[in-house]
Design a protein around this ligand. Structure first.
Ligand SMILES: *Cc1c(COP(=O)(O)O)cnc(C)c1O
Length: 375
C-alpha cells in the first residue's frame, strides 16, 4: 500500500502521458513549448484567473509573488503557524520578518482574529511595515477567504493564496488559486496536481503583475527579450516535459479524481467519527484532501497509533510535527505574545493516513481496521 499511489495514477493515464512525453522528445522543445502554453491557458480557465504563469516549483512561485509585490527589508509578512516552511521562507531572503498567526481549531487554517491581533501588534510596535498576508489552504481545505480578505482590506495588505496543497478545492463556488492579488501552487509529485519532478505556478488577474512576474521568471527580461535585462530576476520555468505530464493529470483531476477523494475521505470520516477528531470542511467549501489528518487524544496516543501502523506496514505521516514559530530557523522572529495554542495542540496530536484517488475500498478497510485495533 502507498501513502500516495503515483503508480496507480500512472497506470490509469499511461497512454496519454506516454504519448505527450514522446511528442516533446520528437519536437526537442524542452524549455517553453506548446504544452507549457496550453497548460497555462487551461490552468487559468480552470481556476477562473486571467493569468497563469508556470514556474520551477511552488517555493519559487511564492518567491516570485514576494518579488512582484516588492516585499523587502523591514517588511512583515503574516502567515499561519501551521504550514510548510515555503509559505514565508522566500520573504526572509529579502529581509522581511515572518509574523506567524494561530490557526482555527476546526479547519486548522489561518485564524482571522489572530491575524488581526498580529497586524495591530506590528503597527503598535512600529518597527516593521505590514506588507502581505499568506493564506494557506492547509491539507487541501480552503481558508476562510471572506474573513481573511476583510482583514487584508482593512489594513491595506496584499493577500497571497498559497494553494500548494489545494489545487481543485473550492470556496463558495470559486476555485483554489482564485483568491488574493496573487495565488501560487506547487506541482510537486505528491500534491493534488503533481508532475514528475518539480513544478509550480503563479496566478493573478492583474495585467501589470502578470507582465512583471513573466519578466522575473526569465532573469528580469525586458521588452527586447531575454538579453534585454531590466531588473534582477530568477531562472524559474516549468519544463515542456512536465507540462506534457500535467495536462492529462489536470483532466483526470477535473473529471474524477476530486470526486474519488471525497469518497475516500467520506469512508474515513464515517469510520473514525467519535473515536478521533475528524477533519472539518466548512459549509460551502470543497477540500481536495491533500492529506487526511486525524487528531488523537494526545501525543502519547498519537505516537502509539502510528507506531502500530508502521509495525503493520501501513504508511502514515505527521503533517507537521513542528509549528513554524518553533522551527530553529524562525526562533528569532517576533511573536508579539501570541501563544499559538491551536497550532501547538494540532501539531501535538495530528497524524495522516494513506489518501489518494486510487485507494481501493479493500485497502481502506485494512487501514481503518489497523487504526481501530491500535486504539
Ligand atoms: C509543498 C508546499 C509548498 C512548496 O512547493 P514546492 O513545489 O515543494 O516548492 C509551499 N507551500 C505549501 C503549503 C506546501 O505544502
Amino acid at each position: 500500500m502507498q501513502f500516495i499511489d503515483l503508480k496507480a495514477q500512472y497506470a490509469a493515464l499511461k497512454d496519454e502521458i506516454d504519448a505527450n512525453m514522446q511528442e516533446v522528445l520528437n519536437d526537442a522543445a524542452f524549455i517553453g513549448g506548446k504544452y507549457v502554453r496550453e497548460l497555462e491557458t487551461q490552468l487559468a480557465a480552470f481556476t477562473g484567473r486571467r493569468h497563469c504563469i508556470t514556474c520551477a516549483n511552488g517555493t519559487d512561485a511564492l518567491q516570485l509573488a514576494f518579488m512582484a509585490l516588492g516585499v523587502g527589508e523591514g517588511d512583515a509578512v503574516f502567515a499561519p503557524d501551521m504550514t510548510f516552511i515555503s509559505s514565508t521562507e522566500p520573504a526572509a531572503m529579502f529581509g522581511a520578518v515572518s509574523v506567524f498567526c494561530d490557526i482555527t481549531p476546526d479547519t486548522y487554517n489561518l485564524d482571522p482574529a489572530s491575524l488581526e491581533r498580529q497586524i495591530k501588534a506590528v503597527l503598535a510596535e512600529g518597527k516593521y511595515t505590514p506588507k502581505a498576508v499568506v493564506a494557506v489552504d492547509i491539507l487541501g481545505n480552503p481558508c476562510d477567504y471572506d474573513a481573511v480578505s476583510a482583514v487584508c482590506e482593512r489594513y491595506g495588505l496584499a493577500l497571497i493564496e498559497d494553494a500548494a496543497q489545494s489545487f481543485g478545492a473550492e470556496y463558495h463556488g470559486k476555485k483554489a488559486c482564485s483568491f488574493g492579488r496573487i495565488a501560487t501552487t506547487s506541482f510537486f509529485p505528491a500534491k493534488p496536481l503533481g508532475c514528475y519532478g518539480d513544478g509550480g505556478a503563479v496566478f493573478t488577474d492583474d495585467d501589470a503583475l502578470n507582465d512583471l512576474i513573466r519578466s522575473l521568471c526569465v532573469h528580469g527580461k525586458g521588452p527586447g527579450g531575454k538579453y534585454d535585462n531590466i531588473r534582477v530576476g530568477m531562472n524559474s520555468r516549468l519544463d515542456n516535459l512536465q507540462a506534457a505530464v500535467l495536462l492529462p493529470k489536470l483532466k483526470a483531476l477535473a473529471d474524477y479524481e476530486t470526486v474519488a477523494r471525497q469518497t475516500v475521505a467520506g469512508r474515513y470520516n464515517a469510520a473514525f467519527a467519535g473515536k478521533f477528531t475528524t477533519p472539518f470542511v466548512a459549509e460551502g467549501c470543497l477540500s481536495v484532501w491533500a492529506q487526511y489528518a486525524l487528531l488523537a487524544e494526545d501525543t502519547k496516543q498519537r505516537d502509539r497509533v502510528i507506531a502500530r501502523l508502521t509495525e503493520k506496514g501501513i504508511p502514515n505521516m505527521v503533517y507537521y510535527p513542528t509549528p513554524q514559530h518553533a522551527l530553529p530557523v524562525f526562533r528569532d522572529e517576533p511573536t508579539y505574545g501570541e501563544t499559538f495554542r491551536n497550532a501547538n495542540d494540532y501539531c501535538a496530536r495530528t497524524f495522516s493516513l494513506p489518501m489518494h484517488p486510487y485507494l481501493t475500498e479493500a485497502e481502506q478497510e485494512t487501514v481503518i481496521a489497523a487504526v481501530l485495533e491500535a486504539l
